[in-house]
Design a binder for this molecule. Structure first.
Ligand SMILES: NC(=O)c1ccc[n+]([C@@H]2O[C@H](COP(=O)([O-])OP(=O)(O)OC[C@H]3O[C@@H](n4cnc5c(N)ncnc54)[C@H](OP(=O)(O)O)[C@@H]3O)[C@@H](O)[C@H]2O)c1
Length: 291
């Protein structure tokens, strides 16, 4: 089995470099027994980190599966997020202390656990009061309900603001061959500078990487297929290797309900692309060669 263990930061939890994203869990049409089987197969591959959010329809069905196998909880690192409130007509951000604490207490109840390993503020909230978020984090940590804290989709300046009040262990951001922004906007530079691993969402662009018929989509598929043939792996494995290879040492989330895809992601931990091939994917994305 490939060793996927990695410390998220100097003080952060140990995670698996490939993590299971649970956003789409409700659409996988699995019974609780099938969900448990999926989780156990992931564990056998070394995938132990599971990503939720309070607004995904995932915590309750995940909890149902976990209750079928008491004892399994301790083999996982559970991540969840809060800070978005879905309204009937419109949604809003809420990073108040009471909302953060209530959200975590609900997550613990839904998943049937007494703690989560990592809590993220889901999106930057223009009304966020850093001291109030730090007070919520301090309370949850003191109560043993959350072990570590981070953010998601934060700019470097937003990250610095909250990190000035409370230690953060990750920034979970979107990155894929179809979405290169964090490579160039300072997000991943900040992670490397602070020695924290980013968590990467929509690594396969939500599946668009395999279906989009734009010029970019066609260029990327041609390049990924060529590299897949060259390395003797699947195009999916090439994408995960491209992401894992970034020097910020990302933890990359899968979003698929098929264990075969998780296996292809795990295989990427044993693959190193040449620099020329890494930049071939970058060029297929941008439609230009490096300046
Ligand atoms: N922090 C945030 O703001 C944020 C935002 C979005 C997501 N996330 C997290 O990131 C995780 C991953 O995001 P994601 O689900 O968008 O990841 P993704 O891996 O980019 O997309 C998964 C989707 O791609 C499809 N797919 C995979 N391989 C395919 C192939 N070869 N051909 C066609 N379709 C394919 C999957 O379908 P199958 O199931 O059929 O394979 C699934 O619908 C989420 O579960 C969530 O935990 C976080």
């Amino acid at each position: 089995m490939t060793d996927l263990r990695q410390q998220l930061s100097h003080t952060g939890p140990e995670c698996s470099r490939i993590a299971l994203g649970m956003w789409r869990l409700a659409s996988w049409q699995m019974t609780p027994v099938m969900r448990l089987d999926f989780l156990q197969q992931a564990l056998e591959l070394g995938v132990t980190t599971i990503d939720h959010a309070d607004i995904y329809d995932s915590e309750i069905p995940f909890g149902e599966a976990l209750r079928l196998a008491p004892g399994l909880r301790e083999r996982f690192e559970l991540v969840t997020k809060c800070g978005i409130r879905l309204g009937e007509s419109s949604s809003f951000y809420d990073t108040s202390r009471s909302h953060i604490v209530n959200s975590v207490e609900n997550s613990l109840r839904y998943m049937g656990t007494d703690h989560v390993d990592l809590l993220l503020i889901h999106r930057p909230d223009p009304l966020m009061q850093a001291d109030e978020v730090a007070a919520a984090f301090t309370q949850l940590h003191a109560q043993g309900k959350v072990r570590h804290f981070g953010v998601s989709n934060f700019t470097p300046a937003q990250f610095d603001l909250l990190a000035s009040r409370f230690p953060l262990v990750t920034n979970q951001v979107e990155l894929s061959p179809m979405h290169l922004d964090p490579l160039h906007d300072g997000t991943l530079d900040q992670c490397q500078q602070r020695s924290i691993s980013p968590m990467i969402w929509s690594a396969l662009a939500g599946g668009k990487l395999f279906s989009e018929t734009t010029a970019q989509g066609l260029r990327l598929r041609r390049t990924l297929d060529e590299l897949a043939a060259h390395y003797g792996v699947s195009a999916t494995t090439v994408v995960y290797a491209w992401l894992l290879q970034h020097p910020s040492k990302p933890i990359v989330l899968t979003g698929s309900g098929r264990i075969a895809t998780v296996r292809e992601a795990v295989a990427a931990a044993s693959l190193t692309l040449s620099r020329a091939h890494w930049f071939a994917i970058w060029s297929a994305s941008t439609g230009t060669s490096v300046p």
